[in-house]
Design a protein around this ligand. Structure first.
Ligand SMILES: NC(=O)c1ccc[n+]([C@@H]2O[C@H](COP(=O)([O-])OP(=O)(O)OC[C@H]3O[C@@H](n4cnc5c(N)ncnc54)[C@H](OP(=O)(O)O)[C@@H]3O)[C@@H](O)[C@H]2O)c1
Length: 184
């Protein structure tokens, strides 16, 4: 994608004061999704996602948003969901629509300030298309590494691990919670 459409301005400065944090669960073979859902059932990961993102803005693509609506019957409780879409969607009170990445960051910053008591993180929660477009702007990446190779139709985009350093790893049975911070 072109430089103009990444969420940084021409001088390379990010257009938000919040830390941009990617959060994803990814299998050893790179798979993150299957038929619009996650290809595993891992309650510990759902609890980790909830605890990490609670009371923050969470940016996601329309397909991921619709998957959550189908599963929960509502957007993520306790958070503001910023849905990136070219469509004119009607959303409940705790979700807002953004038609491009810049608008998504602007809406997320407004929500951080006005609805989440000045939260200093914006979470980028997928899916693949949204991760890909925000990758170059992420300050931090919180990854649940799933030690499995499931079938699926959606993969996490290639990312340059040399640009990040691992700062935390919490191994569990079959998966690990890992945190990476941009190093340069
Ligand atoms: N394992 C994980 O942690 C994780 C996390 C999230 C999602 N997932 C999985 O990932 C899969 C979905 O990923 P996906 O890549 O297919 O879909 P997605 O990123 O969730 O949504 C894609 C949609 O977002 C909108 N969009 C993206 N970039 C845009 C832009 N710059 N401007 C305007 N609209 C934009 C478009 O919506 P319109 O078509 O409405 O314009 C596009 O069709 C699912 O299987 C889901 O379960 C996994």
């Amino acid at each position: 994608m072109s430089d103009e459409s990444t969420p940084r301005d021409a001088s390379g400065e990010r257009e938000t004061d919040c830390e941009l944090v990617g959060i994803v669960a990814v299998a050893d073979n790179g798979i993150i999704g299957k038929d619009g859902e996650m290809p595993w059932h891992l309650p510990e990961d759902l609890a980790h996602f909830k605890e990490t993102t609670m009371d923050h803005p969470v940016v996601m693509g329309r397909v991921t948003y619709e998957g959550i609506l189908e599963a929960l019957g509502e957007p993520l409780p306790g958070r503001t969901t910023v849905v990136v879409t070219s469509r004119d969607l009607e959303t409940p009170e705790n979700a807002v629509v953004a038609n491009d990445l810049e608008a998504a960051l602007e809406r997320a910053e407004t929500a951080a300030r006005e609805r989440h008591d000045g939260a200093d993180r914006i979470f980028i929660a997928g899916g693949a298309s949204v991760y890909e477009q925000f990758l170059s702007a992420l300050d931090r990446l919180i990854v649940t590494e799933i030690h499995d190779e499931p079938a699926g139709d959606t993969s996490f985009p290639d990312w340059n691990r040399a640009e990040f350093r691992e700062v935390d790893r919490d191994e569990h049975d079959g998966f690990a919670f890992v945190e990476y911070v941009r190093s340069g």
